[in-house]
Design a binder for this molecule. Structure first.
Ligand SMILES: NC(=O)c1ccc[n+]([C@@H]2O[C@H](COP(=O)([O-])OP(=O)(O)OC[C@H]3O[C@@H](n4cnc5c(N)ncnc54)[C@H](OP(=O)(O)O)[C@@H]3O)[C@@H](O)[C@H]2O)c1
Length: 264
C-alpha cells in the first residue's frame, strides 16, 4: 500500500540517533522531504547527505532556535516543491529519560524533566502550527512511553512527565482538529537505541550487550522476549503520519512488545 508520503514535508526532532534516525530514513525511503535537528552537529553530519534532507543544530528547549529551524525547513522545501511554507507532519521525538527514584530526585531534576518533555512538544508545535495548517493532511506524532500509562518508581519524573504529555496530546487533538491537524502518540516500551547502549556501558555487568538485553527483557516482563528495534517504531510513526490515517486522532499506539498486563 502506498502511504502517500512522497513529496510531502516532515519535521522530525532528534533525528540523529535511534527512533528519530530510523524515522528520518524511513521517510526518505518513502520519497518525503525531511527536516531534523539535534544538539550535536557531528552526530547530525553522520546521518549523511541527501537532497531531500535538511538538518540544523537546535535544542528543542530553545523556542527561538526551534522557530528558526522549522521556518527555514518549510521555506527550503517549499521553494523546491512550489508549496512554500507547508509542513505535512511533525514528529516530536527528541528527548531522553531520567533514571531516578523519589529520594534521588532534586527540585532541578523535576524542573529540567518537565521542561524537556513539555518544551519538546510545545516549541516545535507552536513553530510548525501555521505550516501544518497549510497542509491537506497534517499529522503530529508525539513519541511517548508506556510509562505514561504504567509509571515506574525508578523513573519517577519521567513517568509523571510522560503522563502529562499523553494528556496534553489529547487536548491538542481536540483543539487542532479545527485546523485539520491530527495529533496522536506512540508509546514505547524498551527500544534498542543509544539510550540502552549507554545504560549497558554504565551497568558494567560483565555481560555481552545481547545477554544483558535478554536479562532485561525477562526482568521487565516483555512478552515478545526482546527489546524493540528503532525501525519497528518508525513504521508505526509513518502509519500515523500517512494521509491514509485521516480518521485517527487523539489516540496512542503502544509499540512495546507486549510489556505489562494492563488493558490500556
Ligand atoms: N529507547 C527507548 O527504550 C525509549 C523508551 C521510551 C521512550 N523513549 C523516547 O523516545 C525518544 C527517542 O529515544 P531514543 O531511544 O531514540 O533516543 P536516542 O537514541 O538517545 O536519540 C535521541 C535523539 O534526540 C536528540 N535530542 C536529545 N535531547 C535533545 C534536545 N534537547 N534537543 C534536540 N535534540 C535532542 C539526540 O541528539 P543530541 O543528543 O545530539 O541532541 C538524538 O538525536 C525519546 O524521547 C525517548 O525518551 C525511548
Amino acid at each position: 500500500m502506498d502511504l502517500g508520503l512522497a513529496d510531502r514535508t516532515y519535521v522530525v526532532t532528534g533525528g540523529s540517533s535511534g527512533v528519530g534516525l530510523a524515522t528520518v530514513r524511513a521517510l526518505l525511503d518513502e520519497g518525503a522531504h525531511v527536516a531534523t535537528c539535534g544538539r550535536d552537529a557531528e552526530r547530525l553530519k553522520r546521518i549523511g547527505e541527501h537532497e531531500r534532507l535538511f538538518t540544523a543544530v537546535c535544542d528543542v528547549r530553545d523556542a527561538d532556535a526551534v522557530r528558526e529551524f522549522v521556518h527555514s525547513a518549510a521555506e527550503a522545501f517549499g521553494g523546491r516543491s512550489g508549496r512554500s511554507g507547508r509542513v505535512d507532519g511533525l514528529v516530536n521525538n527528541a528527548g531522553q529519560s531520567r533514571m531516578k527514584r523519589l529520594d534521588e530526585t532534586t527540585g532541578d531534576d523535576w524542573r529540567d524533566e518537565l521542561e524537556l518533555k513539555f518544551a519538546g512538544v510545545l516549541n516545535p508545535l507552536q513553530a510548525a502550527r501555521k505550516h501544518l495548517a497549510a497542509s491537506d493532511a497534517a499529522s503530529v506524532v508525539n513519541v511517548n512511553a508506556v510509562l505514561a500509562k504504567q509509571p515506574e518508581t525508578r523513573l519517577i519524573t519521567t513517568s509523571a512527565a510522560r503522563a502529562g504529555i499523553l494528556n496534553l496530546s489529547k487536548s491538542l487533538s481536540q483543539e487542532l482538529a479545527a485546523d485539520g491537524i491530527r495529533v496522536n502518540s506512540v508509546c514505547l516500551g524498551l527500544v534498542d537505541t543509544g539510550q540502552w547502549t549507554r545504560r549497558h556501558a554504565a551497568a558494567d555487568s560483565g555481560l555481552s550487550y545481547e545477554d544483558w538485553q535478554a536479562e532485561l527483557a525477562a526482568d521487565r516482563g516483555i512478552a515478545l522476549g526482546r527489546l524493540g528495534r528503532a525501525e519497528e517504531v518508525a513504521y508505526a510513526i509513518l502509519a500515523l503520519l500517512s494521509p491514509r490515517a485521516s480518521y485517527i486522532t487523539g489516540t496512542s499506539i503502544d509499540v512495546c512488545g507486549g510489556v505489562g498486563r494492563g488493558i490500556l
